[in-house]
Design a protein. Structure first.
Length: 215
């Protein structure tokens, strides 16, 4: 390379872009954030010096401690180090999951597997419905649960739609019919006298014979 005065060399380096020289030299493809770099951003003052071809070769000091021991490309792309560059399509970070940081789900070791089960991060309140979270909730949030009650018992029933009306103390594992239908047990015993349907004065027995709430 022809010797150039330092001040001229500095001017050339500062103006240098990713455009390959006219002599036919083909550069390693510079994409994403690498496309914005100047030559001196990687080569310092020796444009002929060979550079590493791996991420860690240049970014060894950029990785926080502790950090994922695998290849940078396992999580990051050439768009940058941020969360947006991580391919998290196996568990989409949308709606209610678009705000947490990696450590909120993965702890201090973001590369370690996190369970996809809702209960691994979210603790249900006491006396809660024992089914799966997505039976009632979606990724929008916990409020405004929408549960399809019809396969179990059509609702609203006689104008009642509030959960607590049939599930006292919000314990969804139990229900009551007799609290609303305040029949005297003696009257119900008389009405069912002689029937062979194993009549018992209890809410589960009511549901067995009246699965749709009809007489």
């Amino acid at each position: 390379m022809r010797w150039l005065p330092p001040i001229l060399l500095l001017a050339l380096l500062s103006a240098c872009t990713t455009t390959p020289p006219a002599d036919g030299f083909v550069h390693v493809p510079l994409r994403g954030v690498h496309a914005t770099l100047t030559c001196s951003g990687c080569h310092d003052h020796d444009l002929h010096a060979a550079l590493p071809t791996t991420c860690i070769g240049c970014h060894v000091d950029d990785a926080p401690v502790p950090h994922h021991p695998g290849d940078c490309g396992d999580c990051h792309g050439e768009e940058g180090w941020g969360l947006d560059s991580i391919d998290h399509s196996f568990f989409p970070l949308t709606l209610g999951h678009d705000g947490p940081a990696c450590v909120d789900c993965h702890g201090d070791a973001p590369w370690e597997d996190a369970s996809p089960a809702c209960t691994s991060c979210h603790t249900a309140p006491a006396a809660h419905f024992p089914g799966a979270c997505d039976d009632c909730h979606d990724l929008s949030g916990w409020e405004g649960a929408d549960f399809n009650h019809n396969p179990f018992f059509p609702t609203p029933h006689e104008g009642v739609s509030a959960c607590a009306s049939c599930h006292p103390a919000n314990d969804y594992s139990t229900f009551t019919c007799t609290d609303c239908h305040a029949h005297r047990q003696s009257r119900m015993d008389d009405e069912h006298e002689g029937e062979t349907n194993n009549y018992v004065y209890s809410s589960p027995a009511c549901l067995d014979c009246h699965p749709d709430g009809d007489d």
